[in-house]
Each structure stands twice: as structure tokens, then as C-alpha cells.
Design a binder for this molecule. Structure first.
Ligand code: ASP
Length: 449
């Protein structure tokens, strides 16, 4: 009886006219199917559902490819349009400083929150040492060693592109953003001579947004397939061992969504957070499905401009930088994950170590790309910073974290996107560029996807 009611609700939601309901239903159905049709374990018989798994794997990957292909032209064109519309370099400096202050503030608060939660709940103490021997240590060490973000000095150097075309081709978004910001400022500073360049990028931006609309036609099957393959691959058994760690991360993420962002929106800009969250609902679901804030960027921009009432000038400046720099969820996650490892291995730490972990988690999350698992890869930077041990020593624990990361990654990507949207709304409000009539009038919203 209950199952019947559940299906009825799902169907009703699925038939609702709004596209974001369709996406939500697609995610739920994907998760349910994934639990019921898991990938075979080694002990199991040959995969009876091979074709189903393969098919949805392909559909999901195609969707990710389609949205990822939009990201580089979108970041470049929106930033150049945004920066050049800011006018002179003083305006740009003022706005840049404001946005960066918000980003750092949010990341600082979430790092402190992560430290508080991990020290209080002690998720690492739950584990038995012998769990680590089961882990696939060698491949983890290899992955970490291949990580381009291992060393802090290289991280900083890599922010400045040696050749912007190379960074564009590799979709290395931090150097692309640095170059584009400077280039946009230079174009704005040459007056009329720069107009054709600006017109070109305006047209590029509009065309890229159009392309986003087309690609989002595939959002429902795409997100369904991604949810299905993720759950079918990782299963849900692993949650048994690590439930306290998972709970710690999820509590921290929820705290940001229901306390920190709403409080900031209310006190600094008198914005009702539910209106903003409703406006960006498609972006939230796509972030969850793709685990990539960069890939979600086109939809984030569309939601913020068309529904949240944020001006194009602010959205096109804050959101691309936010998707690359502002990763509040990742910062908090890195603090929790590192403290978890230290607790699990019974490595004693003092207040100074905790301070370093907080500081380096902020730096590492800024350096983390907006792609799946970036937050876990850049943990190496945080671990190295406290330098108490060899990486190899922690590899077993890292393997455990990898085994469960995809689902947490989906959740933190949602919060990363929400955080950048919150900053964009705050900045727009303080600049008098938030159209509250649009934000508060849901009935007049157009479909974003
Ligand atoms: N996947 C996250 C994002 O794209 C980054 C992370 O791994 O924390 O925002």
C-alpha cells in the first residue's frame, strides 16, 4: 500500500508541468533503480544487466560532455562581458575586493564549522585500524601522486597561465579566469576601440546561453542516468562503516544551507532564502547529478539572471569566479576529512595543527577545480601542510574516503553552487542590481531549462 502511494506521488510529481520536478523525479528513480540493479561484485555471477548499465553509463557521460563543452566559452565570454561592463579599473577593484571578501568569509566560516563538528563528533574514532588493510592502497597513492595540485608552490604558479590558449585548451579554469579578468579590464580601459571585442563576446555569451537551453533538453535522461550509475556502482553498503563520517559532513552541509546562507541573506540583504533556493532549483539538481560546479555553471547563470533577478553584470562576474574559487562545502569537507584521518590513525594534534588545517583547507579548496572528486584529491595539500607523516602511511584511510566520496561529492557540489548564488544575490543587492519583483514573483518565472 505504502509502495503504491510512493509511486503515485512520484508519477504525480513527474507529470507536474515544471521541469525541475521532472529532474527531481529522475534523480529519485535513478537512485531506486541503482539500489535494485547494482553492478556485480567479483563474487557474483556475470552481469545480467550489462547492457542496462552500459546504456545508462553512456547516456550520463554524454550529458556531462554536453554541458562541459559549454563551460570554457561561457566562462570567457561572461567574464569579459561582466568585467567590461563594470567600467573603469577602480570599479573593478572595488567589486573584486567585495566578492573576494564574501568568498573568503564564507569559506572561513565553513572551515571553522567543519573543525567544530569533527572535533565534537570525532568520526574517525569509530573506525577499527584493521579496516585499512582491505583498502586498495597502491592505486590511491598513485592517484595522489598524479594529482597536479600536490604541492602548494606549484598550485600558486599554475594560477598564472604561461600560455592562455594552453589553459583554455586544457579547461584549466583558474588560470583562464585570471587571464580573462585582466584581459576584460584591458579591453574596458581602451574605450571605443574595445567596443567590437565587447560586442563579439556579448554575442558569444548569448549564443552559449542558447546552447545551454538546448543541452538542458537532455537534463532528465542525463541526470537519471548519472544517479543510476553512481548508486549502482558504489552501492550503499559502504555507508555502514562510515556512517558517522558521512553524518558529520552532511550535518555541516545542512547547517550551511539552513542556517548560514539564510542568515546572511536575511541580515545583509533582506532576502527570503526560500525564494532564492526555488529560483535556483534546477541548478541544485544538476549540481547533484553531475558533481561538478563548473559543469553546472551555465544553468546557474540562467537561474540567477532569469529568476533570481540578479543583473547580467553581477551574475556574469560573480558566478564564474564563484564556481572556480568559492567552494565553501569543499573547504568544510577537507577539514572534516583530514581530522577524520588523523583521528582514525590516532595521530595527536594540537590547536596549531587545527589552525593550519583550516588555513590550508581554504587554500586547497580554492585550488580545487569544480569537477568531481577535486576536493578529495586536494586533501594532499592539507595533509602535507601539517607534515606529521608520510602520505603512504595514510593511504588505507584515503582509500576508505574514496570508496564513499561520490555521493558526498554530489552533496557538496550542491552547497558550493548555493554558496556562490548566495554571494551573487548579496552583491547584487548591495549594488542595487537585484530585481526583487522578479525574485519574489514565482508565478512570472519562465522555464530555465
Ligand atoms: N565536485 C565539487 C565541485 O565541483 C568539488 C569537490 O570535489 O569538492 O564543486
Amino acid at each position: 500500500m505504502r509502495a503504491k502511494a510512493f509511486w503515485l506521488i512520484l508519477v504525480a510529481l513527474g507529470l507536474g508541468t515544471k521541469r525541475h520536478w521532472h529532474i527531481l523525479v529522475a534523480i529519485l528513480l535513478g537512485v531506486i533503480l541503482g539500489i535494485n540493479l547494482p553492478y556485480p561484485t567479483l563474487a557474483a555471477e556475470p552481469d545480467r544487466f550489462f547492457f542496462i548499465h552500459q546504456f545508462f553509463n553512456i547516456v550520463g557521460q554524454l550529458f556531462i560532455r554536453l554541458i562541459t563543452m559549454i563551460v570554457v566559452p561561457l566562462v570567457v565570454s561572461s567574464l569579459i562581458v561582466g568585467v567590461s561592463s563594470l567600467g573603469d579599473s577602480r570599479q573593478l577593484g572595488r567589486m573584486g575586493a567585495k566578492v573576494l571578501t564574501y568568498f573568503l568569509l564564507f569559506m572561513g566560516v565553513s572551515a571553522l564549522l567543519g573543525a567544530g563538528l569533527a572535533l565534537w563528533l570525532q568520526p574517525g574514532m569509530q573506525l577499527q585500524q584493521n579496516l585499512f588493510s582491505q583498502a586498495d592502497t597502491a592505486s590511491i597513492i598513485q592517484q595522489l601522486q598524479q594529482s597536479p595540485h600536490q604541492d602548494l608552490q606549484a598550485l600558486f604558479f599554475n594560477m598564472i597561465p604561461r600560455n592562455p590558449i594552453e589553459s583554455l585548451a586544457n579547461a584549466d579554469l583558474v588560470p583562464v579566469i585570471i587571464f580573462t579578468l585582466l584581459f576584460g579590464a584591458a579591453v574596458a580601459s581602451i574605450g571605443d576601440a574595445g567596443k567590437p571585442v565587447i560586442h563579439f563576446f556579448e554575442a558569444l555569451f548569448t549564443a552559449t546561453m542558447k546552447l545551454t537551453d538546448w543541452v538542458m533538453i537532455f537534463a532528465v535522461p542525463g541526470v537519471f542516468s548519472l544517479a543510476f550509475t553512481t548508486v549502482a556502482k558504489s552501492g550503499i553498503g559502504v555507508f555502514n562503516e562510515l556512517w558517522l563520517y558521512v553524518a558529520t559532513v552532511l550535518i555541516g552541509l545542512l547547517f550551511q544551507i539552513i542556517i548560514i546562507f539564510p542568515l546572511a541573506l536575511k541580515t545583509l540583504a533582506k532576502i527570503n532564502f526560500m525564494n532564492l533556493y526555488r529560483a535556483i532549483s534546477e541548478a541544485i539538481m544538476v549540481a547533484f547529478g553531475t558533481a561538478s560546479s563548473s559543469a553546472t555553471l551555465p544553468i546557474t547563470i540562467a537561474c540567477m539572471e532569469r529568476r533570481a533577478g540578479v543583473s547580467n553584470r553581477i551574475a556574469s562576474f560573480v558566478l564564474p569566479t564563484g564556481a572556480t574559487i568559492n567552494k565553501t562545502a569543499t573547504t568544510m569537507f577537507e577539514v572534516i576529512a583530514v581530522l577524520f584521518l588523523l583521528q582514525a590513525y590516532h595521530i595527536p594534534i594540537d590547536a596549531y595543527n587545527v589552525g593550519m588545517i583550516i588555513l590550508f583547507s581554504i587554500i586547497a579548496s580554492i585550488g580545487a577545480a569544480g569537477v568531481p572528486s577535486a576536493g578529495l584529491i586536494t586533501i594532499a595539500i592539507v595533509l602535507n601542510s601539517i607534515g606529521k607523516f608520510q602520505m603512504d602511511y595514510l593511504a588505507g584511510g584515503m582509500a576508505l574516503l574514496w570508496s564513499i566520496d561520490r555521493v558526498l561529492d554530489m552533496c557538496r557540489t550542491v552547497v558550493n553552487v548555493m554558496s556562490s548564488c548566495t554571494v551573487a544575490a548579496l552583491v547584487a543587492s548591495s549594488e542595487g542590481e537585484l530585481n526583487r519583483d522578479v525574485l519574489n514573483n514565482h508565478d512570472a518565472w519562465t522555464e530555465v531549462v
